[in-house]
Design a protein around this ligand. Structure first.
Ligand SMILES: [Zn+2]
Ligand SMILES: [Zn+2]
Length: 339
């Protein structure tokens, strides 16, 4: 993987485009260790570990060995491709009559390891929890998308437990531990797409709506499947990585992401807006009604100081030596197949 990295300095022009729905969407920029991975022992995760989008390619009899490890009888737990890992796991749980994820003694039984990736050909989908600390202000960098933009842990301010309001691509404008300037960057999210839904922002630097995200993907075709999970059935648009404020990707009655009720949606130079932890994060199935006001009132006052003052002090040392830049030209060639 080393040869894929080019020297710092390459930047990509602004402009949204589709990310691979099954291939890599980026690479990690820090190393970590998966402690209770699905291999049953620790797994070293070097810089350059693959990051793929939210979707699995589906489970069939070819995955019987994985499904057996989750507690499924042979022939159970098969799911279609194009379903995000959390939802796919809950479908397996329902079909196999088991609880996922679960601990069995010291073993974490889950489709996804505790750090957020899986399989022998380890790749991340979500969490990235072993790649950044849960202290300080703005989460530190965990990876880089193939658009050259960086991905950070889930917190806009860790100790205040504030999460950023993100666009449909999973990004927003603001200072980061690596930059005092307003920079478009992605965050890890608890709900799909978990990292990058698409490569943002819009060509005019405004944030990307769910509708704009959908327009990038022929697979966001509005052909819906009914998926069965332990908590009920959900409608789902397979291989569509554009999730609304209710965590739905159907394109039906799209609930606008909360950031679009704030000035931050217009682009850089606005205020960073955050949401408090009690209501979850974008992409998960929380209710965001109260954030309309919050974004406007609180975001303005709070976001700036937080991001600027605290991010400045903390981030710099941490980010150094860790980040590598991938050129845009190379990035587009790097869409490997998701196994
Ligand atoms: Zn996977
Ligand atoms: Zn941020």
């Amino acid at each position: 993987m080393k040869s894929l990295f080019l020297v710092a300095g390459a930047t990509c022009v602004a402009g949204q485009y589709a990310a691979a729905t099954l291939g890599n969407i980026g690479l990690t920029t820090v190393a970590g260790v998966e402690v209770y991975g699905d291999l049953g022992s620790n797994v070293d995760l070097p810089i350059g570990t693959n990051i793929v989008g939210p979707f699995e390619a589906g489970f069939s009899s070819m995955q019987d060995f994985i499904l057996a490890g989750l507690g499924c009888e042979t022939g159970k737990g098969y799911v279609a491709g194009g379903i995000d890992t959390n939802t796919a796991e809950q479908m397996v749980a329902k079909d196999c009559g088991v609880t996922l994820p679960r601990w069995e003694g010291n073993t974490f039984v889950s489709l996804i390891g505790t750090c957020g990736g899986h399989t022998r050909d380890y790749h991340f989908h979500e969490k990235f929890s072993c790649l950044y600390s849960q202290t300080g202000a703005h989460s530190t960098q965990v990876g880089q998308g193939y658009d050259g933009k960086f991905i950070y842990g889930m917190w806009e301010h860790t100790e205040e437990k504030e999460m950023p309001m993100l666009d449909a691509c999973g990004g927003h404008w603001g200072p980061t531990p690596d930059s005092d300037e307003d920079t478009y960057h992605y965050h890890v999210q608890t709900g799909a797409p978990y990292t990058i839904g698409c490569y943002g922002p819009n060509p005019d630097n405004s944030l990307v709506t769910v509708e704009q995200c959908r327009a990038l993907y022929p697979t966001c075709d509005g052909v819906l499947s009914t998926l069965e999970t332990p908590t009920g059935s959900v409608q789902y648009d397979l291989y569509c990585p554009c999730f609304d404020a209710n965590g739905s990707n159907t394109g039906v009655d799209i609930a606008p992401l909360p950031v679009f009720s704030t000035d931050a949606a217009k682009g850089p130079g606005g205020d960073s807006v955050v949401q408090n932890p009690s209501a979850g994060s974008s992409g998960s199935s929380a209710s965001f009604g109260s954030f309309d006001k919050m974004g406007k009132d609180m975001g303005k006052d709070m976001g700036k100081d937080m991001g600027k003052d605290m991010g400045k002090d903390m981030g710099k040392d941490m980010g150094k030596d860790k980040k590598k830049i991938i050129s845009c030209a190379v990035q587009r060639k790097l869409r490997t197949n998701h196994v």
